[in-house]
Ligand binder design. Structure first.
Ligand code: ADP
Ligand code: MG
Length: 255
């Protein structure tokens, strides 16, 4: 099987008036179809930069990024991007927020709209379709943002610390929710997080980055002996603690 996404020897420097900031240094890894990768690394190491390169928002100057053999372009329809802030528009209802991406792309087809209907029902937002974002909890808003992204049928989802603005309890519930949804939709994803537990509980493999300029220090495959591997159940898997210690050590070793 060929990888869905290949990142080969990618480096990046920002050039500003105050000089050069080297953000990424010789990053290489790949993502297989259907795989869920987590990328962990200290704050400011270059995680968002890496996602911006993968989705084509930043041009690749050193190295190669290929998705199914071709480099991603800015606004690449193959890639969905979800950020820490949900960016829902307060003056639109939840329904009109969820279809916003389709509207912009002029893709309001009966087939895509019926997909949206299905997701609203399955993920518990149908009753809130006429509500405005401020009437929803943080978790529901994140779900709405996810449906808006999935409505565009991306082949790959990039998640940039999507839960970090939520309080701890909501965060656990929402990451569980989102993990289930992505599994149900068989959506390959790259989750960037600085939360080790979140990474282990959701990912098939965890890519560990060093402090800036980020390089890959280790890639840890996660295998948990659970029948039903939901993010929440993963946290009580017998292997969880040793993965946590391994990743913790790896992150601190290179400080
Ligand atoms: P992370 O997401 O891991 O916290 P970022 O990718 O946002 O890290 O940033 C990595 C480094 O690059 C930081 O030192 C940041 O200050 C710097 N940086 C990010 N964006 C820019 C930019 N547009 N111009 C200059 N420096 C930047
Ligand atoms: Mg970031």
């Amino acid at each position: 099987m060929n990888p869905l996404l290949e990142i080969r020897d990618v480096s990046l420097s920002y050039h500003t008036v105050s000089g050069e900031t080297r953000a990424l240094s010789h990053i290489s890894f790949h993502l297989m179809p259907g795989e869920f990768l987590a990328v962990v690394g200290p704050s400011g190491c270059g995680k968002s930069t890496l996602l911006n390169l993968i989705c084509g928002l930043l041009p690749t100057e050193e190295g190669t990024i290929l998705m199914n053999g071709t480099p991603p372009l800015p606004g690449d329809p193959r890639i969905g991007y979800m950020l820490q802030k949900d960016h829902l528009l307060e003056w639109r209802t939840i329904y009109r927020n969820v279809i916003l991406g389709l509207e912009i792309r002029k893709e309001l087809t009966p087939q895509k709209l019926s997909c949206v209907e299905e997701m609203l029902k399955t993920y518990g937002l149908d009753k809130f379709r006429n509500a405005h974002p401020s009437q929803l909890s943080g978790g529901m808003r994140q779900r709405a943002a996810l449906i808006r992204t999935l409505a565009l049928k991306p082949e790959l989802l990039l998640l940039d610390e999507p839960f970090s603005a939520l309080d701890y309890q909501t965060r656990l519930n929402v990451s569980d929710d989102i993990g289930r949804i992505l599994k149900q939709e068989h959506k390959p994803a790259i989750l960037v997080t600085h939360d080790i537990s979140e990474a282990i509980s959701m990912a098939d493999r965890v890519v560990i980055l060093s402090a800036r300029p980020a390089h890959v220090t280790r890639i840890v495959p996660i295998s948990l002996s659970l029948k039903d591997r939901t993010p929440f159940a993963s946290r009580s898997a017998p292997e969880f603690k040793s993965y946590f210690n391994l990743i913790w050590k790896e992150l601190n070793q290179h400080d």
